[in-house]
Design a protein around this ligand. Structure first.
Ligand code: GLN
Length: 767
């Protein structure tokens, strides 16, 4: 180790000492970050410490997989250095190595073995970590939409990981072959690759409606699936070029659900070895994590006879499927950061017939400021449940409440976990409160619950910081007062959706209000164009919002869609909706859309139907979208032109507000686009002056377009969730086209108003 590294290491040690002894805090990533500041190459200097090292990356399951893998590798006494606490940036990894180094060396001398490194790493930080650490294996678990305001589009994440592998050619990639986005990375790299996945469908899972990308990594054509496990995971092949899921080397060849977990068969196709294992948790994603961890442990020389013991002893990290009991209420706390993570837990809530659940969403830096993905969470599954109480919390509690409203689920706002427990007091003490929270919300919540548990703990109880390590829970015996417990819900108790209808609707279910009697046999028709392909950042929510706002007023409404391969006939459409998409997704639908050019032109410019076009969909209505040397031909039905910045990562991302005449109030939302759009002189912008954010291009102060009945905009959120006036403008336009000019009866919109107020506080200089 050179002088620079020695100084850096010493400084890190001092910082760690300072943080631990003086501030009584665990070191986290600060000592590592300090060491990197002094010696940017510290990871490379530390590399010789390891006989083998593994880096784990991917959107979901990094911490669980890393911990399982570290346990499996340590099971035969090998010293393993790992960043167990989940500090997964370069500083966190360097810090973990510096902290664990002395003990590991001692243990290695005693056992006569080498030292193994096992680190979880943020997807984007693989670019920094791999070239320096040059691990033996990189495990790539999955790639879902997650913090897209930080990561840009998923293609960018794939590029970064492929680049990191190119800079570490000796690293073997162990990847989830069921995920076409991971297989797309494997396809591009020269590194040795090992594929893991499921050999067949696993019955109980309900394939989610949202998938991140089901396009071919080779030719961008839509993939065909034999079966989908969840999200975009499954067995796929491309009907156009023949690219298909790579052959599996490590496979799950069967899985059974048990009352308290799952049994699965592990088969190593490389050596023909096969055995059964049990894991004490539900959800297929847990099997994927175990498969990846144990598969990699076997490759790295771990002893499979100890794997069952590793799974039996597995203690989830803080806030990951963690069972607690606080103030007499049983809790199951789980971290989820994206739609797929939330959907997995909602499914468990649905299957177990739970009666209370709480969702917490924060939008701090580490979470991502964009929360529009909550519209991709299938909260609608909760609407049919009877006797359900739902709480919404976190820094974006109000947005969550609006989201749940449009899912047909009334929710109460809570200030935190303890408040949720208090508000759940009337509910049977035996009922578990299921808590799902995103990243910083989980950290805050687990801290808060630790504190609450400590306050109840007997005097002299453990008050050290270690109390929060993996338990932090009060004894399970703590029973509720039980006295005020209400009885279990009857078959006759209303569903969440029935309560929602009573709360928000102006009419009885199925009732047609008087001004709309003529529409009874010919309802307002909302046509969703390419819902599968163009739905970034929850844009699909716009359709649900339009439909609900019609229904609550007794306006007959139906929702249809236009999908690939279908002929477009918009003559019976009253409101067309098209969402946003990554450049690649836009390219995939552009050929389709071009076939319908004349029909869309007729709809917008002659029929003058109402239309909402978001971001990628908005760009496609213009003449061209220039992406450097490439060009996506647009429909040219409105006078706009779009250009991407020279550097594709130069994106316009953040919260936005614009002054607008048509909505009667500022339009609020979130933008994330690489394209800059310019309006022809005779076109009218939707937003006439940008109050916060950038809008069309960051130069002329305009946002979006209004062109007859079309609202084109860069706003996600989805846009209508915080701008109900814009939704009503589209509905009123559609009704006028049908000859109904009566003004719309206002809806209460208290939740939307709350979400607007909370959001406005986030905007700089907003008045
Ligand atoms: N791919 C387009 C862009 O980056 C649109 C993105 C979007 O729809 N959010 O400009």
């Amino acid at each position: 180790m050179g002088l620079r590294s020695t100084i850096a290491t010493g400084a890190a040690g001092a910082a760690r000492f300072g943080l631990q002894r003086v501030l009584r805090r665990r070191g986290g990533s600060i000592p590592g970050a300090l060491a990197i500041a002094l010696d940017p190459n510290i990871l490379a200097s530390l590399r010789p410490l390891f006989t083998t090292s593994v880096v784990v990356t991917g959107t979901n399951g990094k911490t669980t997989t890393t911990n399982l893998l570290a346990d499996a590798l340590a099971a035969d006494g090998t010293p393993v250095i790992t960043n167990r606490a989940g500090n997964n940036l370069e500083g966190g990894i360097a810090g973990a190595i510096l902290e664990g180094r002395a003990d590991a060396k001692r243990a290695a001398r005693a056992t006569g073995t080498g030292i193994v490194g096992c680190f979880e790493c943020d997807e984007l930080y693989t670019a920094r970590v791999l070239p320096k650490l040059k691990p033996r294996y990189l495990v790539l678990l999955n790639l879902f939409r997650d913090q897209l305001d930080r990561y840009g589009e998923i293609d960018h994440t794939q590029d970064v990981i492929a680049g990191a592998l190119a800079a570490s050619p000796e690293t073997t990639l162990v990847f989830n072959a069921d995920d076409p986005l991971c297989a797309g990375v494997a396809r591009r790299v020269e590194n040795r690759c090992i594929a893991f996945g499921f050999t067949g469908p696993a019955g109980s899972e309900d394939p989610d409606k949202v998938s991140d990308s089901r396009f071919c990594a080779a030719c961008n054509a839509p993939l065909a699936y034999d079966y989908v496990l969840y999200g975009q995971l499954g067995s796929y092949r491309c009907p156009k070029c023949g690219w298909e899921r790579p052959a599996l080397d490590i496979a799950c060849t069967g899985v059974d659900t048990l009352p308290e977990g799952q049994r699965f068969r592990y088969t190593d196709r490389l050596d023909g070895h096969s055995f059964e294992l049990e894991i004490g948790y539900h959800g297929l994603y847990m099997v994927y994590n175990a498969l990846a961890a144990l598969g990699t442990a076997r490759l790295a020389g771990g002893d499979e006879r100890r794997f069952q013991q590793v799974l039996d002893r597995y203690q989830p990290a803080r806030g990951r499927m963690e069972k607690r009991c606080v103030k007499g209420r049983k809790l199951l706390v789980n971290l989820a950061k994206n739609p797929v993570g939330f959907d997995r837990i909602i499914q468990i809530v649905q299957e177990t017939g739970a009666r209370t659940c709480a969702f917490f969403i924060n939008d701090k830096d580490a979470d991502g400021h964009d929360i529009s993905w909550i519209y991709d969470v299938d909260f609608e599954r909760l609407a049919a449940l009877r006797g359900l109480t739902v709480f919404a919390g976190g820094t974006r509690a109000e947005d969550l409440q609006v989201r749940l409203k449009y899912a047909g689920v009334p929710a109460r706002i809570v200030r935190g976990g303890v408040d949720a427990i208090e508000q759940a007091r009337g509910i049977d003490a035996q009922e578990t409160l299921y808590i799902v929270a995103n990243y910083t919300a989980t950290l805050e919540l687990t801290d808060e619950l630790d504190r609450a548990a400590r306050e109840e703990a007997p005097i002299g109880g453990d008050d050290s910081e270690g109390a929060g390590a993996t338990g932090g829970a009060a004894p399970e015996s703590a029973a509720g007062d039980g006295a005020s417990a209400d009885p279990a819900p009857q078959e006759s108790s209303p569903t969440a959706a029935e309560i929602a209808w009573d709360t928000w609707s102006l009419v009885a279910p199925g009732e047609v209000a008087e001004p709309y009697a003529a529409l009874a046999d010919n309802p307002i028709t909302i046509c969703h164009l390419y819902p599968q392909e163009l739905n970034l950042y929850g844009d699909t929510g716009n359709v649900a919002i339009l439909a609900a706002r019609c229904r609550w007023r007794g306006i007959p409404v139906r929702v249809t869609s236009l999908n690939r391969g279908e002929e477009a006939d918009l003559s019976h459409t009253d409101i067309a909706v098209i969402g946003g998409g990554a450049d690649r997704d836009q390219l995939a639908v552009q050929h389709e859309l071009m076939r319908h050019r004349a029909e869309v032109d007729r709809y917008l410019n002659e029929q003058q139907g109402a239309m909402l076009a978001i971001c990628g969909g908005y760009q496609l209505l213009g003449r061209h979208y220039f992406l450097g040397d490439e060009k996506i031909e647009g429909l040219g039905v409105i006078g706009i032109e779009t250009r991407r910045a020279d550097n594709p990562t130069d994106r316009l991302i953040g919260n936005v507000a614009v002054r607008s005449e048509i909505a009667g109030a500022d339009i609020l939302g979130f933008e994330n686009h690489g394209g800059r759009t310019y309006l022809d002189a005779d076109e009218k912008p939707l937003g006439t002056s940008v109050v916060a954010g950038t809008g069309n291009n960051g130069k002329d102060g305009f946002e979006g377009i209004v062109h007859h009945g079309l609202v084109g905009t860069y706003f996600h959120g989805p846009v209508l969730s915080k701008n109900p006036a814009l939704a009503d403008w589209l509905i009123a336009w559609a009704l006028r086209q049908r000859g109904i000019a009566a003004p719309l009866t206002p809806l209460a919109d208290a939740e939307e108003a709350g979400a607007r107020r909370a959001f406005e506080k986030k905007l700089p200089h907003h008045t």
